[in-house]
Design a protein around this ligand. Structure first.
Ligand SMILES: [Zn+2]
Length: 164
């Protein structure tokens, strides 16, 4: 569908400082033990880690993605701790103004073979089991969009941003 054209490489300079929802696709290439704030020490395995978040504060999606592209000097969110040890390969995002991060998390959790390696991750303020899933193969933005639209018809356009 034209309005939901995906896999368009978006340069961060072209991102807008509008609120929205996003997912980070990260790779872990080895077994690691990582300290994640109050969650304590957790085990990270090789595979694709997918995290759902939202950016409804100042600077919106653009500022938040710029934040995740760097390693946080002072980790604040759970993802900041994990991010320092994983390789960020892709970001999916939308400027849809609905608060869809929990829906995004639930759809990611329904991906084939997805597991919840760190219960409560990124979900301190909600009822989700987790906002982070481990998937053994690279998740498909197109499949994600189709599942999302099956749950919420009229969801705004989703963009992808691939990193080197
Ligand atoms: Zn949630």
């Amino acid at each position: 569908m034209r309005s939901l054209r995906l896999c368009v490489r978006i340069d961060i300079k072209k991102m807008r400082n509008l609120p929205g929802t996003y997912a980070l696709i990260l790779i872990s290439s080895s077994d690691q033990l990582i300290e994640i704030g109050k969650l304590g020490r957790v085990s990270v395995q090789p595979g694709f880690y997918v995290y759902a978040g939202s950016a409804f504060g100042p600077g919106g999606i653009k500022a938040r993605i710029a934040h995740h592209k760097r390693i946080a000097a002072r980790p604040h969110w759970h993802i900041d701790y994990l991010r320092a040890y994983l390789h960020l390969v892709e970001i999916w995002y939308t400027y849809d103004c609905g608060h869809h991060e929990h829906l995004w998390a639930s759809v990611l959790g329904c991906s084939k073979g997805a597991t919840t390696p760190i219960p409560g991750f990124g979900a301190s303020d909600c009822r989700c089991k987790s906002h982070l899933y481990l998937i053994s193969f690279k998740p498909s933005a197109r499949r994600f969009r189709d599942k999302l639209r099956a749950k919420l018809n009229g969801h705004g356009r989703i963009f992808t941003h691939k990193l080197k």
